[in-house]
Design a protein around this ligand. Structure first.
Ligand SMILES: Cc1cc2nc3c(=O)[nH]c(=O)nc-3n(C[C@H](O)[C@H](O)[C@H](O)COP(=O)(O)OP(=O)(O)OC[C@H]3O[C@@H](n4cnc5c(N)ncnc54)[C@H](O)[C@@H]3O)c2cc1C
Length: 389
């Protein structure tokens, strides 16, 4: 055998061990399939480990709501089964809105969520103020709240999911995919930087912001734009520990939630970047953040930014994920969560795994197909209105 050794072919080769790849591997292994996950850096080495950890069900698209609802159930079950493995705070998500133009659309989103069984509700400004002390109400026309939304320690959650996936037989292997060999209709093998070649029944691209780069290895493109986003850690003399993840939607989608001894926060001051594992943190980005926080909440008056990190979002044009067979008969893509992968990926992975093993998922995934984003194709999936970017 040449330097490139051919290892035994698993049923599924999942590229990427972020929340999507790990959740999918676990679900495929539960179906009895053999699964290998290839990861270039480490579990959670991409966007998942850089996220703010928010898991919410407040979306405008019914499919996003349904899958996020399932994520909440799956994460709650995992927390119970692996007690103490990760922190999950279901303190609710409070969205504050200042634009009258959005009210009708947001009330419609609440109706969609309620119809699907999510207990979200529309609040008056005064009701919102009762939840977040020190909130300046100027300009706020209303708010939405869902008590079972919250935030999680994303890395600890995904490491727990990986542990569970291994217990069902999934294998994790480190390696950077540098080449994908194809013939007219199918992927024949995946080549790693180490020189190893792996063939598999089906290859699944779960590489988030890198998904377009991986597609380029077989000469295709994916409409996923890598977009830098930052999380900031702030200290104030007053930290309220038990109030919800709060989002000042029409003020730069500025969010914050208490996280241990600091406050984790962010705002939409990002820009397009090349996908990278080492996007430098830009401290200057904290100026607009602090201005926006101070304009809405009194207890940020004495806040200081004490740290933070950068990561890369994976934006599709309508800010909904891509999920389905792409380009070849044995190639499937799940990527492009557009900043809400923690909320949607676990629920989606369960349904995608059913589709991949030839079962019929109990939810129609066709709105997420790549084809909806092709020029000239009519899509019945509307852009996600409750997007955080
Ligand atoms: C600052 C920030 C805050 C966020 N906050 C939230 C939030 O509060 N709530 C929420 O729902 N979402 C949030 N997100 C978005 C969320 O992090 C992503 O949607 C989600 O992590 C995507 O998961 P993924 O598994 O698809 O991709 P990733 O986590 O990026 O995983 C992809 C993996 O593929 C690997 N990979 C790439 N190329 C290769 C290759 N050639 N070979 C092998 N492996 C490869 C990478 O190393 C990586 O580990 C945030 C993102 C950022 C950047």
């Amino acid at each position: 055998m040449s330097a490139a050794s051919l290892t035994s072919a698993p049923d599924f080769l999942v590229i990427g061990a972020g929340i999507t790849g790990v959740a999918l591997a676990g679900q495929l292994a539960r179906h009895g399939a053999s699964v290998t996950v290839i990861e270039a850096v480490q579990v959670c080495g991409g966007s998942t480990g850089r996220s703010a950890g928010g898991i919410r069900q407040q979306f405008s698209n019914p499919l996003n709501v349904t899958l996020a609802q399932r994520t909440v159930n799956l994460v709650s079950q995992l927390r119970d089964e692996y007690a103490g493995s990760f922190e999950y705070h279901q303190v609710g998500y409070l969205f504050l809105f200042a634009s009258r133009a959005s009210v009708r659309a947001l009330q419609a989103a609440i109706a969609v969520q309620n119809e699907l069984g999510v207990a979200s509700s529309w609040l008056t400004p005064d009701e919102a103020a009762g939840m977040v002390p020190g909130l300046y109400l100027e300009g706020v026309v209303g708010a939405t709240f869902c008590p079972s939304d919250g935030f999680v320690d994303a890395e600890a959650l995904v490491l727990t999911m990986a542990r569970e996936a291994r217990s069902y037989g999934a294998r994790f292997q480190s390696g950077s995919v540098m080449g994908i060999d194809v013939d007219e209709h199918s992927v024949r093998a995946v080549r790693l930087k180490s020189g190893e070649t792996i063939s598999a029944g089906t290859v699944v691209n779960c590489t988030g912001a890198w998904a377009g780069k991986v597609a380029a290895l077989y000469g295709a493109t994916l409409p996923i734009t890598p977009w830098r986003s930052q999380c900031y850690q702030l200290e104030t003399t007053r930290i309220a520990c038990d109030h919800p993840m709060t989002i000042d939607f029409d003020n730069g989608k500025t969010y914050f939630h208490p996280s241990g001894k600091t406050i984790l926060s962010g705002t939409d001051s990002g820009h397009q970047v090349a996908p990278s594992w080492n996007v430098p943190f830009d401290f200057a980005g904290s100026d607009p953040l602090v201005r926006r926080l101070v304009s809405r909440f009194d207890y940020f008056d004495d806040a200081s930014v004490v740290g933070g990190w950068s990561g890369v979002l994976e934006l599709t044009p309508d800010e909904n994920p891509i999920c389905g067979w792409t380009h070849f008969d044995n190639l499937y893509t799940i990527a492009g969560f557009s900043g809400h992968g923690l909320s949607i990926a676990p629920g989606l992975a369960e349904r995608a795994a059913a589709e991949l093993v030839g079962a019929r998922p109990d939810v129609d995934l066709s709105p997420y197909r790549l084809e909806r984003l092709s020029a000239g194709t009519a899509s019945d999936l509307s852009a996600e209105r409750m997007s955080m970017r």
